[in-house]
Design a protein around this ligand. Sequence first.
Ligand code: ZN
Ligand code: ZN
Length: 285
Amino acid sequence: MIEVTLLGTGSPIPDPRRAGPSTLVRAGGQAFLVDCGRGVQQRMAAAGIGANGLTALLLTHLHSDHIADLGDLLITRWVTTFTEQVPLPVIGPPGTAEVVEATLTAFGHDIGYRIAHHADLTAPPPVEVREVTDGPVWDHDAVQIRVAPTDHRPVAPTIGFRIEHDGASVVLAGDTVPCESLDALAAGAGALVHTVIRKDLVELMPQQRFRDICDYHSSVEQAAATAERARVGILVLTHYVPGIAPGQEEDWRARAAAVFPRQVELGDDLHRVEVHPGVCVRPGG
Ligand SMILES: [Zn+2]
Ligand SMILES: [Zn+2]
């Protein structure tokens, strides 16, 4: 079984009820954080995991809302690890190494204070960055991960992840418009976690800067169509733009359900979905 927890279902606009985009995937005793938006560690604490409990950090792209708390995550993992400091694998698109290095530089004073003060902290937070665009990236203890390009242009390159464990599979699309490489990555998966925006609402906004974001995101209906083409078992929606107004959750769900006739999941931060082996589409189902 793979367990998906929506840690942060918000967007770049601060929302008192929603943290920034982040998803926790637990599989085979391993814990993967996919993107690390604003407030992610509060949600991780609520989900029962600390930064020192993460197996790896997976980044779909380098937009600020998806990496906002990277520094906090790296520092907190470092100062709360009391055994050997094991490097945190960070797997992301080209540019990730530069972002991680610059983040550690930004926290350089803090890192210096702590190394000077604590005898058992002798080196900066260890991180092992791997920049990828396509293909297998992880195969440890019965968990396999592969990536494929997505289409979030002009933000490029961007990637989606497919995590497999013991017959169960989950695909995390990140921010993207529909594209063939995502269809292929998601084909037959147990669940597809997809970020969405309500283009019908955003297109009505007076500010061109908000309307611009329709260019490179999937609407609820487009995400549902991707899930249907890929014949996934469960569609999990997250990263709600412009936010789900009170009482509107069923409207969002209905828009997906009109296109994707199987299980649709959405909800508040900490919404949890179990993906079991063999969750797949029955012929004609
Ligand atoms: Zn983005
Ligand atoms: Zn985003």
